[in-house]
Ligand binder design. Sequence first.
Ligand SMILES: [Ca+2]
Ligand SMILES: [Ca+2]
Ligand SMILES: [Ca+2]
Length: 270
Amino acid sequence: VRYELIKGHGELFKVQRETGDIEIKQSLEGHNREYELLVAAYDKGITPCRTEVTVHVKVIDRSMPVFRKQFYSEIVAENVQLHSPLALSVQAESPLGRKLIYSIVKGNELEEFALDFNTGVISVVDELDYEQQQQYELIVRATDSVSGVHAEVPVSIVLQDVNDCPPEFTEESYNVSISEAAPFGTLVLTVVARDNDTGINQKISYSIQVDKSNNATDYFYIVEDEGTVYLKQSLDHETSPSHHFVVVATDQGAPSLSTTTHVWLTVLDM
Ligand SMILES: [Ca+2]
Ligand SMILES: [Ca+2]
Ligand SMILES: [Ca+2]
């Protein structure tokens, strides 16, 4: 069998005719890239048959830094204290023992993160908000301080929701009218509050604030997880032509957050 370089970069590579070894004709320094060579093998028949193979050659610079991990990730609470370093430590080594310089080359356009160029330590330097962005995908680069040759690694920072949004009622206050003839069990109104957090941090329970001066809880009750308010007993226009009470929406976060709204109710005379 004899071998021959059919296609690709004959100026840099040659194929040994007898053994098929691929040799370099000149230094590949400064040629930090990939090559594709097409090599054919012929038999010694009178009309030679041949077969071809594609050979991929990747030139690796000896000074290219090597990261300790193929990727880094960390989960961070959205209320993480600013300027405190993240636990993940992005570290690379220079095969030649040279000093490396670290930088963030992608994913930090709004500069929420700072990277110590000497140590590779990442800190959060601007307020994070889970409600705006749940995850950051950074690319960190380590550069050989002598040759400028660099390597890159993906760094994923995943935010964790914190209960930092209070429930918000869809109405500032509620005004309703109800006939004094309405029997107990009548639906009076439904209050709705929304919460921008997730999970239990956004799960709301409703209650009527107990107030001895208006006895509202004697007349009305609210379904805790629905915000529906029902009559507990019928109303009398002559004794109380109107009622007022405060509804509280509380989320289930720890610590929980709550908001109130006012309900103004007019009793219609029959
Ligand atoms: Ca937030
Ligand atoms: Ca939140
Ligand atoms: Ca909340």
